[in-house]
Design a protein around this ligand. Sequence first.
Ligand code: PMP
Ligand code: GLN
Length: 367
Amino acid sequence: MSALATRTGALNLGQGFPDEDGPAAVLDAARDAIAAGVNQYPPGIGAPVLRAAIADHQRRWYGLDVDPDREVLVTAGATEALAATILALVDTGDEVVTFEPWYDAYGALVARAGGVHRTVPLRFPDWRPDHDALRAAVTDRTRVILVNSPHNPTGAVLDADTLALVVELAARHDAIIVTDEVYEHLTFGVRHTPIATLPGAWERTVSISSGGKTFSTTGWKIGWVTGPAALVTSVLAVKQYLTYVNGAPFQPAIAVGLGLPDAFFADTASALRAKRDVLAAGLEAAGFAVSLPGAGYFVVADAAPLGYADGTELCRELPDRAGVVGVPVTAFVHPDRRAAYASLVRFAFCKRREVLDEAAERLTRLA
Ligand code: PMP
Ligand code: GLN
């Protein structure tokens, strides 16, 4: 979809990346690190300064006590953290439970590991999972329950009862919880609760995050894993032969970001919330039905009220008809279950205000 936007000159509300730079202190720190010669392989588990900053961050925001030398691993983005974790934990035939829709990498990684992907549906517009469906999906065959909250593509933040049920089911069936929290700081008046903070969760949870979203540095690919030493060591064993190490000068720069004052995190979220509101209002004015996201980069809109039953077809036509690019939600579900999501389109609002205003104006052409 990004290639389609480039080719047609349409506004790219497809792929989730910000069109503005993040905090100057973080960018300057990367320049300084390069100038200071931080350009060779960092330690395999990550630069000490970043591991310390990650541990401090977990304590400061969540009260989690993480040992920076044994319970933290720096990865090439959350993507490598996910890949290394799934490849480390999932053997042929092991089942992995996720919600559906899911972030696209999950299905591919489970397949690559030879696992079996079981899903629990989330439905537009409130995306609340049915707890009986969750109970039915998790069995003794389940090796991993992979949760993603705040969630891509829906922007949903899982409620406390659902998180508690995940922990209960994981304990009952001796499964590992893998949690993708890359949007942890981009919440709009909703509290993000890391599942690792729940009673009984830490010892069976691999937590994954990334600097990409929080600091608007998606191209730097600095991610991390936190969890009990035995699990982190398993993930390291895979990472060692995927990338070995990554992003030497960006690691101390993300450490600077993690140490920024509370106001930075609050301002980032409130600026993004204002953007969400602009795009959501624009989509509604254009005739879409909108699910207002509690967090993240994306809003899902239903094109059915406009008379479009097929979101994929609409997304192919959008550049010509409205000069905008979006992604059909069917890209995030199993091919057999596309019908339930057919008319839904995901739009990114992590863009400059003028881009969102222009997109809102152009979308009215669909009416
Ligand atoms: N998980 C989710 C839910 C995401 O939206 C993204 C961003 N595309 C990633 C993981 C990947 O993060 P990173 O860019 O740090 O690899
Ligand atoms: N997370 C972003 C998205 O879902 C970008 C990552 C990607 O394009 N693979 O659009």
